[in-house]
Design a protein around this ligand. Structure first.
Ligand code: CU
Length: 193
């Protein structure tokens, strides 16, 4: 009896210790743990698709770094630069400078006639912008932390999807970040007159 009770409490202690470990790990990286696995599974096909451009690339490449810490500021988990203008046919190249990041276009923030993209974690992405318009994108694991960016592709109809892009809702800090980005685009005249 006594021995059995002792074993029981050891087993229980073991369970508590294990549960403790698990919950600590979950608390540290909830977003990564939840989003990484499905993202990796879903992106294979999309990544393969993104290798086939929708329009002929014009040879111009615009680089955007995926960073855990912005060396020039206090920002954490950022695309740099997070706001750019581009021309149809430009290649937007997302570079995995720091690990654990990727880039995906956001549903509702891609103009009609553009397929969008979905990159894999720790992998570069090349996306050739096919039509003028507003393209919003995110890093899936750090979306709620505000790791988002905007590409404005100039040309006829570039603001056709501006309103719907601005009205897209976002989790956590991303909504506020997009407000900052749109305000900056407006004040710098990147959205036209
Ligand atoms: Cu990220």
């Amino acid at each position: 009896m006594k021995k059995r009770a002792l074993l029981g409490s050891i087993a229980l202690a073991g369970l508590i210790a294990t549960a403790g470990c698990n919950s600590r790990a979950d608390e540290e990286q909830p977003a990564t743990a939840e989003t990484q696995a499905p993202a990796a599974a879903e992106t294979t096909e999309a990544a393969a698709m993104s290798q086939e451009p929708e329009v002929e690339p014009n040879g111009n490449i615009i680089e955007i770094q995926m960073l855990t810490r912005d060396p020039d500021g206090s920002g954490l988990q950022v695309f740099k630069p997070r706001l750019i203008t581009a021309q149809v046919g430009d290649t937007i190249r997302f570079i995995p400078t720091d690990p654990t990041h990727q880039s995906s276009s956001i549903e509702g923030m891609v103009p009609d006639g553009a397929r969008g993209w979905e990159g894999e974690i720790n992998e570069p992405v090349d996306y050739v912008v096919p039509v003028p318009g507003i393209y919003g994108y995110k890093c899936v694991p750090h979306y709620a932390a505000g790791m988002v960016g905007l590409i404005i592709v100039e040309g006829d109809g570039m603001t056709d999807n501006l309103e719907s892009a601005r009205e897209t809702s976002h989790p956590g800090l991303a909504g506020g970040k997009f407000e900052e980005i749109f305000d900056q685009a407006q004040s710098e005249g990147m959205l036209g007159s």
